[in-house]
Write a protein that binds this ligand. Structure first.
Ligand SMILES: Nc1ncnc2c1ncn2[C@@H]1O[C@H](COP(=O)(O)OP(=O)(O)O)[C@@H](O)[C@H]1O
Ligand SMILES: [Mg+2]
Length: 475
């Protein structure tokens, strides 16, 4: 196996299958505000001594999360969950994202909000089950034997047709291929000749032939033939490097959720019922527990053969207190299943009633049996200086220029109300600045925004003084 990897080309193959598209583009919007977060920013010893990785302050929480990352990596975190608690805007979501960054680039991160389970069409537990499946990645490795090079010769050899007295058939085709390193002459099957004709391959083209399947692909015209009077529609490619015959390692990342969905879809209409069914259910049958078990069995086979590798991802359930007792019970079971992803919860509630019950009050609105499995990490509020640093980070990421004193003003606002409020002022204030024809924000832009928008505390206290929108007239 090792030898094959060394001969494989480092650049992705031109014919490599496209990576599966991100399952849910809509979800990226929930992550975009955290694009400055690159990781936990810990030292190799696990200390959060400086503000690296895009993270400012929050030292204890970051170090605690670092320990959790180590536990996850050494596979000692199964059956448990991480619970992040803290006031809104103290970086709980950012921490969850940083943990997943620390686990690796290709680790699936599936965020959801507790209230997402309440749908009129899908069972609550089904929503959870699906998220858990989407958070288990599968890396499928395939080594392919390929022939690649510029065609120097293309001669079909004909033979008498043994079935009829007349006409001839192609018995084989001789293809000469040239690379930078050498040339090779191949004697190929007539079916490959058909593929060559279909791709309209002629001498001077760079082609790619898969040894096992016989798939032929025309990459382009060799750039040795490029000349100024040729039509521009042709793509010219350089002569391939390496040997004509080589092994290429292709890696594909999918999730169990992708596999479930692909297998639930009817594979073409076999009978009228399946067509009807697919119309009614918009081309998708249900992903059942049975189907999941089937998929698991196939996946296990792949893993045993060493073809695939399981990459456990991260499920992040924000506002976890919004789940109800039924979901919590189901989560206990999910956490115990052998193929469970890492689970991170976040909440900003203290003691509260567990949803779906009438009398069970417990910390964070989570029943004690699930709470028992959680390692709890608290996030702290921010100082004025820290707010300033985060605002500066965001301004850099969004490409905004801050004038004299703007940072201080925003930091003061942030300290007074919340970090989020300070960050939220940033974009509208920049629009105001650009309307005024400036390319950098000034203090007056922030001031104006502050007059237009209220932070939560001010808004609540103003209404509180008046006794509500009706000016305190009510009894
Ligand atoms: N310590 C921090 N360093 C850098 N950015 C932070 C930090 N804490 C929060 N943020 C940013 O502030 C915003 C609000 O934080 P968020 O994680 O959404 O808070 P929460 O989930 O606790 O309500 C996000 O844009 C986040 O990336
Ligand atoms: Mg959040």
């Amino acid at each position: 196996m090792k030898a094959s990897t060394s001969t494989s080309t480092p650049t992705p193959a031109h014919n490599a299958p496209l990576p599966p598209t991100a399952a849910n583009p809509g979800r990226s919007s929930r992550i975009a505000p955290h694009s400055h977060i690159k990781g936990l920013g810990l030292t190799p010893e696990g200390y959060a001594s400086s503000d690296t990785g895009g993270f400012v302050g929050q030292t204890i929480a970051r170090e605690a999360c670092g320990v959790i990352v180590d536990l996850i990596k050494s596979r000692k975190f199964s059956g448990r969950a991480l619970l992040l608690v803290g006031a809104p805007g103290t970086g709980k979501t950012a921490l969850a994202l940083a943990v997943s960054h620390e686990l690796g680039a290709k680790v699936p991160f599936c965020p959801m909000v507790g209230s997402e389970v309440y749908s009129t069409e899908v069972k609550k537990t089904e929503v959870l089950a699906e998220v858990f499946r989407r958070a288990i990645g599968l890396r499928i490795k395939e080594t392919k034997e390929v022939y690649e090079g510029e065609v120097t010769e293309l001669t079909p050899t004909e033979a008498e047709n043994p079935l009829s007295g007349y006409g001839k058939t192609v018995s084989h085709v001789v293809v000469g291929l040239k690379t930078v390193k050498g040339t090779k002459q191949l004697r190929l099957d007539p079916t490959i000749y058909e593929a060559i004709l279909k791709e309209k391959i002629v001498v001077g083209d760079v082609v790619y032939i898969e040894a096992n399947t016989g798939a032929v692909k025309r990459v382009g015209r060799s750039d040795a033939y490029a000349s100024s009077y040729d039509l521009e529609s042709e793509t010219y490619v350089p002569l391939p490097k390496g040997d004509v015959h080589k092994r290429k390692e292709l890696v594909q990342d999918v999730t169990l959720g992708d596999l479930d969905a692909a297998n639930a879809r009817p594979q073409g209409g076999q009978d009228i019922m399946s067509v009807m069914g697919s119309l009614v259910k918009s081309g998708r049958t249900e992903v059942t527990e049975k189907l999941r078990r089937e998929v698991n069995k196939i996946v296990k086979g792949y893993v045993d053969q060493g073809v695939a590798e399981v990459v456990p991802g991260v499920v992040f359930i924000d506002e976890v207190h919004m789940l109800d007792i039924e979901c919590f019970t189901y989560l206990n079971a999910l956490l115990e299943s052998p193929m469970a992803p890492t689970v991170i919860f976040a909440t900003n509630r203290g003691n509260s009633l567990v949803r779906g019950t009438s009398d069970i009050v417990s910390p964070h609105g989570i029943p004690v049996d699930l709470l028992d499995r959680c390692m709890i990490v608290k996030t702290e509020g921010y100082t004025r200086e820290q707010v300033g640093k985060v605002v500066q980070l965001r301004a850099n990421v969004e490409g905004l220029r801050l004038g004299e004193g703007v940072l201080d003003k925003l930091a003061v606002e942030g300290e007074k109300s919340s970090l989020r409020y300070a960050l939220q002022l940033l974009t509208p204030a920049s629009i105001l600045a650009s309307i005024a024809g400036r390319n950098q924000m000034e203090v007056e832009d922030i001031g104006e925004m502050n007059e237009l928008f209220l932070d939560a505390k001010t808004s609540a206290s103003m209404i509180g003084q008046g006794g509500g929108f009706d000016g305190g007239q009510s009894l």
